[in-house]
Every structure is written in C-alpha cells, then in structure tokens.
Design a protein around this ligand. Structure first.
Ligand code: NAD
Ligand code: UDP
Ligand code: UDP
Length: 312
C-alpha cells in the first residue's frame, strides 16, 4: 500500500480518485484550498484511518512524505478559472513547480491532470496527442490553456533534467456526481436547470461539439496511467470519443429528466472551441482502456445525484 498525495482532492475528479484509492487501502493525503472544491465531496471519507485532508494552496511549497502524487489542483470550469486568471496561471505553473520539486526530493511518481484545452480551438479532428494545438495565448481562456501547457513543459523538463517518473493525462470533458451545482460547466448547468424547470442556457447556436466521459471511466484510466512502466509518460488523451453537439446534449437532458424547461440561446463566450473529440488509440494501446459508460447511462446516474442534492 502506498502513500498517495492528491492535490485538488476535494474537487469533482479528486474526490472520486480519493474514494477509489482509499477503498484500495492506500494512505491518501488530500490537499485543497477549497477554491472550487467542497468538503461535502470528501465528507464520507473523513472518519477513515487511511484518509487525511490538509487545507493548502499549491502555489506555496509543501513538505510531506509520499510515494505518488496526482496533481489535480486547478479550477476547471471556465467561469471559475476566468474569475481570477492570474491565480489560475499561478496554480498551474507554480503548483506544478512545487509538486515536481516535492516529487524530485522524494523520487515519487507524479501524474498531471492536463486537458484537451491544450489543443485550443483545434484544427485537427479528432485530436491526437501529436497535434500541437491552436491556442490563443492572450485570450480569456489562455490563463487555463497556457498554464496547463506550461505545466506539461515543466513535467517533461523535470523528466529530462532530473529523471523524474512523470505521467501526463489530457482529460476531455468529464462529468458525474460531485460536480458543484453552480460550477457553470455544461452538464451540471443543464441538469440543474432541467430539474428546476428553468430555461436551458445554450451558448451560441449549440452546434459546437464536446465528447463527454463519465467519471468512473476517467478514474480507472488515471490509475492505469499511474501504473504504466517508467518509460511511458504520455501525454495521453483520456475521454469518451462519443461526440455530441451542445444542442443534442440539451435535448437528451430534457428528455431524461422529463423536464418542462425550454431551450434558450445566449451569447457564445470568446474562444469557445468549435469541436472536440479525443482520439484514444494511445490510451487503448498503453492502458488497455476504453470508456464503458455511454452518455445516457452516465447522465442518468448524474441526474439521480443532482435530484437528491436539490431535494436536501
Ligand atoms: P474542480 O474545480 O472540481 O476541482 C479542482 C480542485 O482544485 C478544487 O477542489 C479546488 O478547490 C482545488 N484548487 C484550485 N486551486 C488550488 C490551489 N491553488 N491549491 C490547492 N487546491 C486548489 O475541477 P475538476 O473537474 O475536479 O478538475 C480536476 C483537474 O482535472 C483540474 O486540474 C482540471 O484542470 C482537470 N480537468 C478536468 C476536466 C473535467 O472535465 N472535469 C477536463 C480537463 C481537465
Ligand atoms: N518544493 C516543495 N516541496 C519539497 C521540495 C521542493 O514544495 O519537498 C518546492 C520548492 O519550494 C521549490 C520547488 O519545489 O521552489 C522546486 O524544487 P526544485 O528542487 O526543483 O528546485 P529549487 O529548490 O532549486 O528551486
Ligand atoms: N455551454 C452552454 N451552456 C452552459 C454552459 C456551457 O452552452 O450553460 C457550452 C459552452 O459554451 C461550451 C460547452 O457548453 O461550448 C462546454 O462548456 P463547459 O464549460 O462545460 O466546458 P469547456 O469544454 O468549454 O471547457
């Protein structure tokens, strides 16, 4: 059993990863500054002997003793990462430096939660890892996109310069229980709006596409990636290749919730990518992994979660 640090452990993905690793018997240390994370997400783990939580901002150095690090700390919703963009870049860049420094001192394996946003508004479709992307370096999404790109650079330079065992996961849109109801991302927004009978807010005409991965599939891929041989660092795309327009997503959510909500159209945010779909050939080959949960089944589980949350 290993001592595992999860930064951003109280967030959506981090809380699922914490739960899985605690259930496998590992000694899990969750670090979070609660910027977008939520103590409720990890409340069920609080009494466990092999789970610990530390309030800490990863832009500051951290001295602890662990064997593995999953670096997830960073707001992921455009509304939140654009709210304090300087802090977003600091979290990705200074956070990566501190966690890599920690990994170097301990000779620990370290996995970075990177993103499909490193491809920007992609001109290659579906996106393959060898594509360098099409990112606006000075736009409103740049604090996130360029922060994550710089973090990838740091991970590879620590590997080349210091021989670190690093892993880079490029996550595509992931959804499921424990997303914050006001988080602002499309799946949680649509479900909460549909359950409350409020208008479903489509930005633009809804023709832009995304590919949605259910959280359980993502967690399985994370753990497989961390356990790959040292000579494999990625980056590797992780996501579900099923591609849907945002309008299609809205219609599916309305239908699954039997909602009376109407669809309304709002202004498209700046630099909103037009299409996004992962090519997951590399993940299939190196991790023997493919996502198992289709969109409808994943949405049903997520709707159930938000129904309970809204009732209580
Ligand atoms: P989230 O916002 O729910 O979780 C992020 C967590 O990081 C939160 O608990 C937040 O409080 C914490 N955090 C933020 N800044 C911090 C700091 N400076 N120090 C310590 N903790 C800090 O988002 P998520 O969806 O769980 O995303 C987790 C990671 O996966 C992020 O790095 C994100 O960029 C990446 N990712 C997620 C998706 C997705 O669709 N969910 C897609 C691509 C990449
Ligand atoms: N660091 C940390 N925990 C550690 C070791 C290092 O937070 O256990 C931080 C430290 O603050 C440093 C950063 O990681 O600024 C990078 O460390 P590294 O050893 O690579 O570089 P240096 O210490 O020379 O700046
Ligand atoms: N979106 C939308 N309505 C919402 C929230 C998001 O139409 O209430 C759109 C958004 O403009 C984008 C897509 O849904 O085209 C996915 O947005 P999200 O913020 O979930 O993630 P992104 O992939 O853009 O980072």
């Amino acid at each position: 059993m290993r001592r595992i640090l999860i930064t951003g452990g109280a967030g959506f993905v981090g809380s699922h990863l914490s739960k899985r690793l605690v259930s496998e018997g590992h000694d899990v240390l969750c670090v979070d500054n609660y910027y977008t994370g939520n103590k409720e997400n990890i409340a069920p783990l609080m009494g466990r002997k092999n789970f610990e939580i530390l309030r800490h901002d990863v832009t500051f150095p951290l001295y602890v003793e662990v064997d593995e690090i999953y670096n997830l700390a960073c707001p992921a919703s455009p509304i939140y990462y654009q709210h304090d963009p300087v802090q977003t870049t600091k979290t990705s860049v200074h956070g990566a430096i501190n966690m890599l420094g920690l990994a170097k001192r301990l000779n620990a394996r370290i996995l970075q939660a990177s993103t499909s946003e490193v491809y920007g508004d992609p001109k290659v479709h579906p996106q393959v890892e060898s594509y360098w992307g099409h990112v606006n370096p000075i736009g409103v999404r740049s604090c996130y996109d360029e922060g994550k790109r710089c973090a990838e650079t740091l991970f590879f330079d620590y590997k080349r310069q210091h021989g670190l065992n690093v892993k880079i996961a490029r996550l595509f849109n992931t959804y499921g229980p424990n997303m914050h109801p006001d988080d602002g991302r499309v799946v949680s927004n649509f479900i909460v709006q549909a359950l409350q009978g409020k208008p479903i807010t489509i930005y633009g005409d809804g023709s832009q596409t995304r590919s949605f991965c259910y959280i359980d599939d993502m967690i399985e891929a994370f753990i497989r990636l961390m356990n790959t041989p040292e000579d494999f660092s990625g980056p590797v795309n992780l996501g579900n290749p099923g591609e849907f327009s945002i309008l299609e997503l809205a219609e599916i959510v309305v239908s699954l919730t039997n909602s009376s909500s109407e669809i309304c159209f709002k202004k498209l945010p700046h630099d909103d990518p037009v299409q996004r779909q992962p090519d997951i050939s590399l993940a299939k080959e190196k991790l023997s992994w493919t996502p198992k949960v289709n969109l409808e089944d994943g949405l049903i589980k997520t709707i159930r979660y938000f129904e309970l949350l809204i009732k209580n």
